[in-house]
Each structure stands twice: as C-alpha cells, then as structure tokens.
Design a binder for this molecule. Structure first.
Ligand code: HEC
Ligand code: HEC
Ligand code: HEC
Ligand code: HEC
Length: 254
C-alpha cells in the first residue's frame, strides 16, 4: 500500500476526533500568521507561528506581500501574473501499482512532470530555489533576504522532493477528463464548486489547496468553504468533503 494512502488516512483519522463546530478560516495572505505572507511585518502569532519572512527592513520589497508570487508588470508567466522563475528541478509523476492513470499514460497529456500552476508552487516548495528569488520590483536582480539570507531555500517537511511527488502526495497535473472513462468510481468535478480543475481540465495542487488562505484551520491552505446547506460543514468533514467530490470512498479507508 502506497504512502499517500497512509499519510492521507492518518490525517482522516485525526480529523474524525475533532468537534463538530463549523470550519474556521485561517488568516488572509495579507494578515499576520499566514505562512504565504513572507513580508517583514509577518512575525506570526501564537496560533499561527511562521518560519520564513523577509528580514531586511531597508529593502522596499520586504514590506510587500504579493510581490513574492505576483507582479502587476512584465510577469514571467502571464497566467497569474507570476513573479518567480519556475523550478529547475525534475520531479516525475506520482505512480503506484494500484493507480489506473499509470497504465493509461499515453492518453493523459503532459503526464511527465508537474505542470501548470503546480510548477509555481514548486518554485518555492522545491527546497532548492531561494524563497526571496523574485523577478520584478525594486532592487531587481537581487533576492529578497529571508531570515538574513538572500539564498535561503525552504527546508523540512514542506519541501517537495522527487520522492514526495512520485510516492507520497496525491497525483497532480493529469487531465481529469481523459483519465476518467477508464476508471470506476470517479465522479465528474462539478463546475463552480470549491474543488476546481485548472483551465485545461487538469488536477493541480490548487484543486485541494488555496494558496491565499486556508478555509479550515485544521487543514493546510485548504480549499474547502462551507456553503449552506452543505452536509460537510464541520472541520471533521472538510477534508473528506474535498476527496468525496471525486472519489466514492467510504471513510475511514482502513
Ligand atoms: C505564495 C504565493 C502567493 C502569494 C503571496 C499571493 N498569491 Fe495570488 N495566487 C497564487 C497562485 C498560485 C495563484 C493561482 C495561479 C493560477 O492558478 O494560475 C494565485 C492567483 C491569484 C489571483 C487570480 C484569482 C485567483 O484567486 O485564482 C489573484 C487576483 C491573486 N492571486 C491576487 C493576489 C494578491 C492581491 C496577493 C497579495 C495580497 C496575492 N495574490 C498573494 C499565489 C500567491
Ligand atoms: C513564495 C514562496 C511560496 C510559493 C510560491 C508557494 N509556497 Fe506554500 N509555503 C511557503 C512557505 C515559506 C511555507 C511555510 C513552510 C514552513 O513553515 O516550513 C509554505 C507552506 C505551505 C503549506 C503548509 C501550510 C501549513 O499550514 O502548514 C501548504 C499546504 C502550501 N504551502 C501549499 C502551497 C501551494 C499549493 C502552492 C502553489 C499554489 C504554494 N504553496 C506556493 C512558500 C511558498
Ligand atoms: C488531493 C488533495 C491534495 C493535492 C492535489 C495536494 N495536496 Fe498538499 N496536502 C493535502 C492534504 C490532505 C494534506 C495534509 C495531510 C497530509 O500531509 O497528507 C496536505 C499537506 C500539504 C503540505 C504540508 C506538508 C505536508 O506534506 O504535510 C504542503 C506543503 C502541501 N500539501 C503542498 C502541496 C503541493 C505543493 C501540491 C502540488 C504539488 C499539493 N500539496 C497537492 C492534500 C493535497
Ligand atoms: C479532482 C478530483 C480528486 C480529488 C479532489 C481527490 N482525488 Fe484522489 N484521485 C483522483 C484521481 C483521478 C486519482 C487517480 C486514480 C487512478 O488512477 O486510479 C486519484 C487517486 C487517489 C488515490 C490512489 C493512489 C494510488 O496509488 O492508487 C488515493 C488513495 C486518493 N486519490 C485519495 C484522495 C484523498 C484522500 C483525497 C482528499 C484529500 C483525494 N484523493 C482527492 C481524483 C481526486
């Protein structure tokens, strides 16, 4: 049994012990305590400690928030007005013997490396690219120093190595419509919902994660948002609700 199952199931198990109050949003990307707010001002809070933020108050970019990912001008990648180079690392794609899309690779476009907006995530989460390596803005050509170090890259459990992509996190970057007919028990992703495919119909990191704000503080940057009369209103179910959009699992899996 692959590790993605184990990892995801541990999480499901923990969540089933949560109480039944409504899902609580985390801090916005513009607020203190949001891990994607890398600005100088973000010192974190007791409930939301942060590990990485800009350290040089004299760098005008250190006071900004969106600049770490977006620029209004001369974007590197047009979509999302991206202000970072893509990752240079090679990751491969998730694979396991129980995976149907593994035997169906030829029908799935681009199923080689993470693509689309998932590459944007990996431009910080690769553990290699400096977190402060933005392209446009004041002092361009230099990185924004994070914790006193312009070359500082992410380390620890939030890094996506090749192993994590190929063995240890949900498959991404495949074309959902193309793989679906060959698989039993997969549902079409409803239009206009919280769980979204990208503009080319591909599942990405952003299908499950909202990079601006978590919609449930029990989950990291989670997309789920309670819309009445949704049956999955509680934190105990917001994880499962995302999975059940596509899967016909009966939880718990084990
Ligand atoms: C940690 C990176 C990161 C930061 C910081 C960030 N964003 Fe984003 N933003 C993203 C990603 C990733 C997307 C999705 C791009 C895609 O799907 O192609 C996005 C998309 C958007 C979009 C398009 C609509 C949407 O929600 O998908 C807008 C508008 C936006 N961001 C505004 C902002 C603003 C304003 C700020 C600063 C207050 C900000 N972002 C900070 C990563 C970030
Ligand atoms: C500008 C760099 C940057 C980009 C781009 C970025 N992240 Fe992050 N992300 C971070 C940092 C820094 C952390 C905190 C890491 C730590 O504390 O060890 C983080 C943490 C996270 C976490 C864990 C949050 C938690 O509460 O523990 C998730 C989930 C996450 N990012 C998802 C994404 C996704 C999905 C994308 C792309 C849509 C993305 N990130 C793009 C820098 C980035
Ligand atoms: C199917 C939904 C799903 C997709 C797609 C997904 N994640 Fe996650 N992610 C989760 C869940 C659930 C957790 C928390 C439990 C766990 O670790 O499995 C998580 C946790 C994380 C964390 C916190 C550290 C960790 O590993 O637990 C980071 C960072 C993260 N994801 C980033 C990403 C990035 C980057 C992508 C795309 C390459 C991505 N995720 C794709 C569901 C998803
Ligand atoms: C957008 C739809 C979608 C969402 C949301 C989604 N999945 Fe999946 N998931 C898929 C598809 C498609 C596959 C590939 C199935 C295959 O090829 O057999 C898959 C594969 C899997 C696998 C099989 C991995 C393997 O090695 O066989 C597991 C386990 C899984 N998902 C768990 C989850 C969990 C847990 C969540 C919620 C955190 C989730 N999924 C959310 C569509 C989704």
């Amino acid at each position: 049994m692959k590790k993605v199952l184990v990892g995801l199931t541990v999480c499901i198990g923990l969540l089933s012990f949560q109480n039944n109050s409504f899902a609580v949003y985390g801090p916005k990307v513009t607020e203190i305590g949001n891990k994607h707010n890398l600005s100088y001002a973000n010192v974190g809070t007791v409930d939301n400690p942060i590990t990485y933020n800009a350290s040089d108050p004299n760098d005008p970019r250190a006071r900004q928030i969106c600049i770490f990912c977006h620029t209004p001008h001369n974007a590197v990648i047009n979509r999302g007005l991206w202000n970072r180079q893509e990752t240079t690392q090679l990751f491969g794609q998730y694979s396991s013997t129980s995976l149907h899309i593994r035997t169906d690779l030829k029908s799935v476009s681009d199923y080689n490396e993470p693509n689309g907006s998932s590459r944007l995530c990996l431009g910080c989460h690769d553990g290699v690219t400096a977190l402060g390596a933005v392209v446009q803005g004041p002092n361009s050509g230099t990185n924004i120093a994070i914790k006193g170090n312009p070359a500082l890259a992410m380390s620890g459990t939030h890094v996506f190595t090749r192993f994590k992509i190929t063995n240890d996190h949900h498959p991404i970057s495949f074309n959902y419509a193309k793989v679906q007919p060959s698989m039993a028990n997969y549902k079409p992703v409803p239009a206009g919902g919280n769980v979204k495919l990208d503009h080319l119909g591909r599942m990405q990191c952003t299908t499950c994660h909202d990079p601006h704000q978590t919609k449930d503080t029990t989950m990291p940057f989670w997309v789920w948002e309670y819309i009445p009369p949704d049956p999955y209103a509680s934190p105990a179910n917001s994880h499962d609700a995302v999975c059940l959009t596509c899967h016909d699992f009966v939880f718990p899996l084990f």
